[in-house]
Design a protein around this ligand. Structure first.
Ligand SMILES: Cc1cc2nc3c(=O)[nH]c(=O)nc-3n(C[C@H](O)[C@H](O)[C@H](O)COP(=O)(O)OP(=O)(O)OC[C@H]3O[C@@H](n4cnc5c(N)ncnc54)[C@H](O)[C@@H]3O)c2cc1C
Length: 312
């Protein structure tokens, strides 16, 4: 039995979630772990994948049709690898790319996808959160091939220090069903939210996008932190969409999560309650965020956050 991990990369370097997915793949205990790099001029990403501890082989498929991880073409490439090598497990990170491609692969293989696993009990049994993280389901799969998405926060990043062989594999034909037209990427010098060690997050209490920036940015700068936001803050236009933390946003588990003016609705907690240390600043002593906070400060954030910045 061999496990295949679908790497996420930008053709030049690997995305962090790939390292957590490899850890999950090794934990399946099903034998060798292969990593698929499907990309264009992605030799550097393939070389990076070969250095991940626990990887037995890197499969490298190169084509301009694979440059942007279009779901149809990526799924076809995974299916080609599956046809050639008969993997027992196919693991994607539970990111936008993984969640887009994995269901296509599962459907084509006529198996049930096992989504957002956080723990591997055995090669066929997995844990995954349900009801916005309020219950953990233990799922046993009888399918011959397990198609899985992996919640990165549930697994440590795999170590470096390997020289796995890189095997070139033929690119699958273009599906012709979708084409890359362009992307508008928000420029951000801060750490990526899902990989950040420290996150400072603002809620509806900030009141405007100007205030959100004025209050939260200096704190993030001082701490070298990523900035997050509640959905209410995003919906109100105080912060961009890609900063949303929670059930319908990003799932994070940094070393330190500071929530300022966030009530702690269950859907927000679902995205951050696995953070190692949670600090809450809220003027309402009854705010539910205090029930998950390691340190709670009952205060007006417009006074408390600048004071914190000053004393750091
Ligand atoms: C299907 C579904 C999915 C959802 N997904 C998400 C999600 O992914 N992420 C998410 O965040 N939400 C999500 N929500 C929304 C969620 O239910 C809450 O509405 C939202 O999290 C509230 O955001 P908030 O805490 O910023 O705002 P509020 O609930 O309005 O809380 C504001 C808090 O700020 C405090 N406050 C006010 N002024 C100050 C001040 N000056 N100083 C200090 N504290 C102050 C208040 O006491 C209050 O606790 C979802 C909802 C649904 C139904």
């Amino acid at each position: 039995m061999t496990v295949l991990v679908i790497a996420e990369h930008d053709n030049a370097s690997l995305k962090g979630a790939t390292l957590n997915t490899v850890t999950a793949a090794v934990a399946c205990g099903a034998g060798d772990v292969h990593v698929l790099i499907a990309g264009h001029n992605a030799g550097a990403a393939a070389a990076a994948a070969a250095q991940i501890a626990g990887v037995a082989k890197v499969l490298h498929a190169d084509s301009d049709t694979l440059a942007h991880a279009l779901a149809e073409n990526l799924a076809a490439q995974v299916l080609a690898a599956q046809a050639a090598n008969g993997y027992s497990h196919i693991l994607f990170a539970a990111t936008a790319i993984g969640k887009n491609a994995a269901p296509r692969v599962a459907a084509k293989l006529d198996v049930a996808q096992i989504s957002e696993i956080t723990k591997i009990v055995s090669a066929d049994t997995f844990e995954r959160p349900i009801y916005a993280g309020n219950a953990i389901a233990t799922v046993q799969s009888a399918d011959a091939v397990k198609v899985i998405t992996v919640r990165a926060t549930g697994f440590d990043a795999a170590a470096q220090g390997n020289t796995a062989p890189i095997e070139t594999t033929a690119a699958a034909a273009d599906s012709g069903k979708s084409a890359y037209k362009g992307s508008e990427l928000a420029k951000n010098d801060r750490p990526e939210l899902t990989a950040a060690k420290i996150i400072v997050s603002g809620g509806r209490a900030l009141g405007s996008s100007e205030k959100f920036t004025e209050v939260m940015t200096p704190l993030a700068d001082k701490l070298g932190a990523a900035i997050g936001a509640s959905r209410a803050a995003v919906d109100a236009g105080y912060a961009p969409n890609d900063l949303q933390v929670g059930q319908t946003g990003k799932i994070v588990a940094p070393q330190l999560y500071i929530a300022a003016g966030i009530s702690g609705a269950i859907q927000h907690l679902a995205g951050m309650k696995d953070s190692k240390v949670i600090v809450a600043i809220n003027k309402d002593p009854e705010a539910p965020i205090f029930s998950v906070a390691d340190y709670g400060l009952e205060a007006d954030l417009f006074a408390a956050v600048p004071e914190l910045v000053k004393s750091l």
